[in-house]
Design a protein around this ligand. Structure first.
Ligand code: NAD
Ligand code: LMR
Length: 326
């Protein structure tokens, strides 16, 4: 058995937090030989509910759960953490776009970025889930400069999972038989699920499905899925978001399979001509907590125009929060 990993979850009494904590404690992220200590952060108003969640975690008697710590102060919750899931923030309602949340949520990531830099373990990896997650991750990264830039992530794995599910449904394949479906750009309606490089049972997706569907219905369904869920449930996706967050950190921890890649919002290093410094979702391979952008993927004019649009949106979000970027 390894030494316990300290895992912070913010917004731990919220909808995503409630779904995520039990998956983490069950060993679904770091494996069945890796104990964890959960360090949960909530607002003071959420602490009572969080105590109830902690009772339920205790009552589950998870063998891998070696501790549960509750705090309403990020400097306490982030003490010595190796992994951090930044979820706590306001979700949108059905009349909003994710970017409309930036004024309410952006400032949260200034304080939390600073608190992580001051308190986290030297090997910390951070996943921002709270929306708009790319720009919130950018704010946190600027606020927590002592942590190397390649440690800050935004979650587009839910978009990848959604895209795989739609392609699987269309082709009759299983979701696990869809590989290399990279998400480019922002976690918003402008992101581009890259069907050109995706595979269905090892064959090019474009050889199995007509291009008109891929450019039309497929793209639209994936891009607007978050809104469709809010319209159906009345609140935003929670269990699928928690599952995608577990998938993201598990992929970073255990590594991608040979020949396969996944999607992560990471700090652009200028690859593919993308502006350096934006938190941009790109196809990556991973190993032992580190990532590398997949090189040499073919991008046709359609893909390039979609990537240009999502880039422009991220640049505009960055301008909106310029006063929060230290
Ligand atoms: P929720 O309202 O159910 O829970 C949010 C929790 O965060 C609440 O308990 C609240 O008290 C807490 N909180 C708020 N501000 C906090 C702070 N500063 N510090 C600590 N805790 C704080 O919302 P939810 O459904 O869990 O969604 C959380 C966020 O995740 C939203 O911004 C939502 O839009 C986003 N989200 C992102 C994705 C993605 O794919 N990236 C998917 C789904 C949801
Ligand atoms: C999602 O994609 O489901 C989340 O980002 C929630 C939302 O606001 O759409």
């Amino acid at each position: 058995m390894n030494a316990p990993l300290r895992v912070a979850v913010t917004g731990a009494a919220g909808n995503i937090g409630y779904a995520m904590l039990f998956r983490l404690a069950a060993g679904d992220c770091y494996g069945k030989n890796q104990p964890i200590i959960l360090q949960c952060l909530e607002l003071p108003s959420g602490m009572k509910a969080l105590e109830g969640v902690a009772m339920e975690l205790e009552d589950s008697a998870f063998p891998l759960l070696h501790g549960i710590e509750l705090a309403d102060d990020p400097n306490v919750a982030f003490k010595g953490v190796n992994q951090a899931f930044l979820v706590g923030s306001r979700p949108r309602t059905k009349d909003m776009n994710r970017a409309d949340l930036i004024t309410a949520n952006g400032p949260i990531f200034v304080g939390q970025g600073r608190a992580l830099a001051a308190n986290a373990a030297g090997d910390v990896r951070v996943l921002v889930v709270g929306n708009p997650c790319n720009t919130n991750a950018l704010i946190a990264m600027h606020s927590g400069k002592a942590i190397p830039r390649d440690r800050w992530h935004a979650m587009t794995r839910l978009d990848e999972n959604r895209a795989k599910a739609q392609l699987a449904k269309k082709t009759g394949a299983l979701p696990g038989e869809i590989t290399n479906l990279g998400i480019w750009g922002n976690h918003s309606d402008t992101m581009f699920p890259d069907f050109n490089n995706a595979k269905v049972r090892g064959a090019a997706a474009t050889s199995v499905v007509e291009r008109a569907w891929l450019e039309g219905e497929f793209l639209k369904t994936v891009a607007t899925r978050g809104k469709a869920i809010i319209e159906a449930r009345g609140v935003s996706s929670a269990a699928s978001a928690a599952s995608a967050a577990v998938d993201h950190m598990a992929t970073l921890w255990h590594g991608t399979a040979p020949g396969e890649f996944s999607s992560m919002g990471v700090c652009s290093n200028g690859a593919y001509g993308l502006p350096a410094g934006l938190i941009f979702s790109v196809p990556v391979t991973t190993a032992a907590g580190n990532w590398e952008v997949v090189e040499g993927l073919a991008l046709d004019d359609f893909a390039r125009s979609k990537i240009a649009a999502t880039t422009a949106e991220l640049e505009s979000e960055r301008n909106t929060v310029s006063d929060l970027l230290a």
